[in-house]
Design a protein around this ligand. Structure first.
Ligand code: ADP
Ligand code: MG
Length: 362
């Protein structure tokens, strides 16, 4: 229960809901909606470790940096793989969101999403990063829970609901009831893996080396998980590995679907095995509410149809699938007292520092 002083401070502070995604970081301000939506990229000077650019500006540099600069995705696989860089990124975004305030207002309270099933050490790292970026209080929420709330699912009711959140680094499947997660799965197959599939396909079938950005473009433009009403083609530009020369090759959506099939099958299998483990009463509820898909990866063409086809359960794409987690975190901020049970606790004795070996900061 927040103290009176906290409540009064809360009236003036810009409290923030943050989706620290592996591909995109979003920040929502309580009662104002999303104010920051940028790729989770940081450009760093290799020698001095100085941060040179963050977000879209850093992503623009990918594959184009001179030797001295390196562009990093500090959360690539769904957990904080580079703590210091994550902290600088968060710090930068929080300050940017906070600078919108006209007055010198109190430091923000922050609700921040963490992937489900992360370790104590990883939770601690996110908590510490938000704290040292200037948060007054930090609350953690599991990302699928935030996604479900953002998508408007009745997670606190005595009725089952299911969310599939496919991001860049991880796919999370979770079944909710009474404000808790009943069954969940998290796998490291998601949008990035699909990009890799396309890169590998181009290399093995055409000897063509393409970049990550090219692969992602192809996936979004003509990638699919189910036959399309009208199959399409697109040109892949890269370097021929045999001649070493630039080359452009036409690929069809049928080929790209084939390239993506292993990743897509893994995701579908994960949803099926989560359903297998779900208690029968909740499965009966799901037949009614359906499966809600969120996250950028869920926007792959035909994926919603494919999941519906393989599970026999009505499946739908959340409205604004890329922003569900941030909007869910904002909803939680607005109703912290009512929704406190959806938050995850932090074991106060754990320390991220002992686990990951970065230096002391004061
Ligand atoms: P995260 O939560 O990990 O930051 P996001 O939910 O922001 O991830 O989703 C990013 C992923 O979604 C990327 O892999 C991106 O390529 C993919 N993506 C975005 N739009 C589409 C689309 N229309 N079709 C397929 N994949 C998409
Ligand atoms: Mg996400």
């Amino acid at each position: 229960m927040a103290s009176l002083i906290d409540r009064i401070l809360g009236l003036f502070s810009l409290d923030l809901g943050i989706d620290l995604g592996t591909a995109n970081t979003l920040v929502a301000v309580r009662n104002q909606g999303i104010v920051i939506n940028e790729p989770s990229w940081v450009a760093v000077d290799r020698k001095t470790r100085q941060v040179l650019a963050v977000g879209a500006e850093a992503k623009e540099m990918v594959g184009r940096t001179p030797n001295r600069i390196v562009a990093i995705r500090p959360l690539r696989d769904g957990v904080i793989s580079d703590f210091e860089i994550t902290e600088s990124m968060l710090d930068n975004f929080i300050k940017k969101a906070h600078s919108r305030a006209l007055f010198n207002i109190p430091r923000p309270r922050v609700v921040i999403g963490v992937p489900s099933g992360v370790t104590e050490v990883e939770k601690r790292a996110v908590y510490d990063a938000a704290k040292s970026a200037g948060a007054r209080e930090v609350f953690l929420i599991e990302e699928p829970m935030a996604a479900a709330i953002g998508a408007g699912l009745p997670v606190t009711e005595a009725h089952g609901s299911l969310v599939v959140d496919i991001g860049g680094g991880t796919t999370e499947v979770a079944v909710f009831s009474l404000g808790g997660i009943v069954v969940s799965r998290s796998i490291r197959v998601a949008g990035d893996e699909m990009d890799d599939d396309i890169i590998n396909y181009a290399r093995s079938k055409y000897n063509l080396l393409i970049g990550e950005r090219m692969a992602e473009k192809v996936k979004i433009a003509i990638g699919s998980a189910f036959p399309l009403p009208e199959e399409k083609t697109m040109s892949l530009r890269g370097r021929n590995l045999v001649t070493g020369l630039p080359e452009s090759i036409e690929v069809s959506s049928i080929e790209v679907r084939e390239a993506l099939s292993t990743s897509v099958n893994t995701i579908v299998e994960t949803i099926r095995s989560t359903l297998d483990e779900t208690p029968p009463e909740l499965v009966a509820d799901l037949m009614e509410t359906g499966i809600c898909m969120a996250g950028g990866g869920s926007m792959l063409q035909g994926l919603v149809e494919r999941v519906a086809d393989e599970t026999n359960i009505h499946t739908w794409l959340a409205e604004d699938a890329l922003t569900c987690v941030a909007r869910g975190a904002e909803v939680v901020l607005e109703k912290l007292d009512d929704l406190s049970r959806v938050l995850v606790g932090l074991d106060r004795t754990s320390s991220s520092r002992s686990g990951s070996g970065f230096g002391n900061r004061s």
